[in-house]
Design a protein around this ligand. Structure first.
Ligand code: AMP
Length: 490
């Protein structure tokens, strides 16, 4: 979910929407399981979290807070105040300035048919357009999130039951979305027709009673609660879970799959299995492919932890160059990327990483990271590695150059700030201070995912951040849709 303020005003040109969603049906500890699930999904958003539960009699309870899941839900009293056998939860990045509690999901609304809670991972690309129309028709918005547009569309739908209203609303929105929603009658999971964001189904068997059902962004959230993986929700599928079990509805026209390729590169947790493919193994294969494409004589392969670790292992194994921990990460600071200003981001990198002189001094180093966005991290790390005595620093990146912003739910800045949108690889190498720099090719990335290469007509993944091939209309961003960048320096 994303703020629906006019895109590209000074405050809102960043997209900070990496969210985790979780839902439970039919478990006595629904709130506690949800807190655990959100904790496992903490990497998808660290600034706020919320849980809504459904107690007998159709009574909903909620708790939302700013901060990490453990800080918000670590207190047994908080969980104790969330009774019920069903729950939905969400964790997210904050929006700008007012890290407002009113924007923290799950959103909740009381309709004529009863309460309805919804948690959203992704980003709607016509939300601002729809919102203007809804405001004109008299809708009063409580938050500045795109997800609330869905709530109003459900409210004004002329259909009688909640599912038909939801389908009616979804037919009007464009964008990437994985949703978990809760109402008196059941738990609902939805993936957008292209399946850009992940959503999985799990089950906790019960010896004497019906199983508990789980919906979660990633399988790592099933593992933490001991649930078995059932399957991914299909693109364009709505799953409805109630006391009679799970049923599937596919109300949308089938479209070619476009799962976010960046989930494999960076975003998903390495122990998750996404769309049948293990994230960890994929990252190692990308590293191996990178070693084949861009070899370099060197003494050690060093990952930028944690995101560069599996790719560096793959690179080392393929090249035969020893893998060493040359950078030590302090785990008690948040991701550098969250920090709102350049100054703080610089500080953040220093707080987070330090060089291990023992493995770097006098060595020719292959440094492996997953991506270069603004270049802040690479610049600092290369300098750090050199200061620790490295003889040469060769940077290898396990994604193609990030040349375009994501409008579908990953936090990327405007093109103006993307290093690869402004410079070629040689210039980038100079700017980050590396002796050489290479990115995996687009075809190499697809090969690591088991394809022969990128099929232009049907890539099977969303790779817009590397290609500018936006498969979902950018209705709220007409300039980008037309291939122009309104923010590019003239
Ligand atoms: P930068 O310092 O701006 O070049 O950002 C690159 C670093 O941020 C890499 O080390 C990535 O692991 C990490 N990164 C890439 N994309 C994201 C994202 N969407 N959110 C948070 N961190 C990211």
């Amino acid at each position: 979910m994303t703020p629906t303020h006019p895109p590209h005003d000074a405050e809102e040109d960043r997209f900070r929407e990496e969210c985790g969603v979780f839902g439970v049906w039919n478990h006595a500890d629904a709130a506690a399981l949800t807190a655990l699930g959100l904790h496992a999904l903490q990497h998808r958003g660290q600034e706020a979290a919320g849980i809504v539960t459904l107690a007998p009699g159709g009574v909903f309870h909620h708790h939302r807070g700013l901060g990490l899941v453990g800080d918000i839900f670590g207190d047994a009293k908080v969980i104790g105040a969330l009774p019920g056998r069903a729950a939905v939860g969400h964790n997210r990045y904050a929006t700008t300035g007012e890290t407002a509690l009113r924007n923290v999901q799950p959103l909740f609304a009381d309709f004529a048919f009863g309460g309805f809670a919804v948690a959203h991972n992704g980003n709607l690309t016509n939300a601002a357009t729809l919102r203007r129309e809804l405001v004109r028709r008299g809708c009063l918005f409580q938050s500045s999130t795109d997800t609330e547009v869905l709530v109003h569309l459900i409210a004004i739908s002329l259909y009688a039951n909640v599912l038909d209203r939801l389908i009616d609303a979804l037919r009007q929105v464009q964008g990437a979305y994985s949703l978990v929603a809760l109402h008196q009658g059941g738990l609902i999971g939805v993936r957008d027709p292209l399946g850009v964001r992940p959503l999985v189904i799990g089950r906790l068997p019960h010896a004497t009673a019906a199983p508990a059902w789980i919906l979660a962004s990633e399988t790592c959230a099933l593992d933490i609660v001991g649930a078995e993986f059932v399957r991914d929700v299909d693109p364009g599928e709505i799953v409805v879970i109630d006391d009679s079990g799970l049923r599937s509805i596919k109300p949308f026209e089938q479209q070619p799959r476009r799962f976010c390729i960046f989930e494999y590169i960076y975003f998903a947790r390495p122990d998750s299995v996404v769309e049948g493919t293990g994230v960890y193994e994929t990252r190692k294969r990308i590293g191996a492919e990178l070693a084949r494409e861009s070899p370099v004589p060197a003494d050690v392969v060093v990952p930028v932890p944690d995101s560069g670790v599996p790719a560096a292992m793959g690179y080392a194994a393929e090249s035969g160059i020893p893998y060493e921990l040359g950078i030590i990460r302090n785990h008690y600071v948040g991701r550098t990327f969250i920090e709102p200003t350049d100054q703080i981001r610089h500080l953040g990198v220093k707080l987070k990483h330090s060089a291990n002189r023992a493995t770097l001094n006098g060595r020719r180093v292959v440094l492996v990271d997953d991506s270069i966005v603004r270049g802040t991290t690479s610049r600092k790390i290369v300098e750090m590695v050199r200061n620790a005595g490295a003889a040469e620093v060769h940077m290898r990146i396990s994604s193609p150059p990030t040349t375009h912003s994501c409008f579908y739910g990953i936090d990327t800045p405007s093109r103006r700030e993307l290093l690869a949108a402004q410079h070629d690889v040689a210039e980038m190498a100079r700017l980050i201070g590396a002796d050489s720099l290479a990115f995996i090719s687009l075809d190499g990335l697809y090969r690591a995912l088991g394809r022969p290469g990128r099929d232009r007509a049907a890539p099977g993944f969303c790779d817009a951040c590397f290609t500018g091939d936006y498969a979902i209309p950018l209705t709220d961003w007409p300039a980008e849709a037309a291939g122009r960048d309104p923010q590019a320096a003239s």
